[in-house]
Design a protein around this ligand. Sequence first.
Ligand code: MUC
Ligand code: MG
Length: 379
Amino acid sequence: MAMLGSADTFIVDVPTIRPHVLAMATMHSQAMVIVRLTDGEGIEGVGEGTTIGGLSYGEESPESIKSAIDTYIVPVLETCDIARVGATMAKVARCVRGNHFAKCAVETALLDMAGKRLGIPVSELIGRGRVRDTLPVAWTLASGDTVRDIAEGEKMLDLARHRIFKLKIGKRDVRDDVAHVGAICKALGSRASVRVDVNQNWSEAQAKLGMAMLHDVGCDLVEQPIAGDDLAAMARLTTAQAAPLMADEALHGPRSALRIASAGAAGVFALKIAQSGGLFAAAEVAAIGTAAGIGLYGGTMLEGGVGTIASAHVFATVPELAWGTELFGPLLQVEEILSQPLGYADFSLAVPTGPGLGIALDDDKVAFFRRDRTAPLFH
Ligand code: MUC
Ligand code: MG
């Protein structure tokens, strides 16, 4: 039995190492909602709710995530035995509809605490438990410039940091985008797997042309080429195109996963803890994908260290992760807000082995990047 002691929810804004150009927004910094909970014994749990480009990616913004947690979710937690994470989140679900990112942040913090109480990593609290200790990690080449992207890809290969690259396209004419992808495929050759993410920006006709041309230039995977709610068109593309289609924005948890699988509307699922509505729900999406013969990929909302490691604990439990992961979010930021750096080496991320998430926030860095900080930025 554990009762809620305290709750603190705040936004941190951390600049990115370079502009990150996506079809719907160009990022210069990342806004992360961090929730810090303690129980009556003083055990702390942290969670993160992070989206991309304000409201340009999805229906929750950093500000709405914080307000949903503070105004509607924390009062529910105050009535629960928060040691029972499943029962607590079921009660939250009865009181709060939608708001998947906010729920994921809270569920992460509860699982972090539960793992610490039990002395086991969060991955052992998910599904059948951990099956791997490291995860392959992709990098997104999205500087907006082909030559710079190739140089960045070469650097990542030299550093043995990444050999899977995702290119963000969909902003320009289809043929211009394909020329950009083709140039990168040619430069990196068989040393890398090159994939694209269109973030829903094509029509079905553009996707037909684009997916065929992308396959011809050596692109391995096409993520969410068209609107995520157009399952019939996604199914037509999945059937007709040689390049596999990966569902991302179409996936909002187990029910949408089942609908996509039943419609034959994707060959690959991008698993995302926040979009799914939490770590348990993401594991259920993975189970539906596996049962349907759909390939799995560990996706990101470009979270910082907390959300990245929460995702890593879930992805570490997935028996077959054929497409790897893209858990590089912290590397896109100028600073990690954690007390210990994450273990990126040999094209992979190490999944922490300590109790709970196995990570801790760095209080000075958090104070520095908090949006509501009171101290001056430079002293
Ligand atoms: C998305 O749409 O998948 C993941 C990597 C990246 O660069 O952006 C994201 C979001
Ligand atoms: Mg995507």
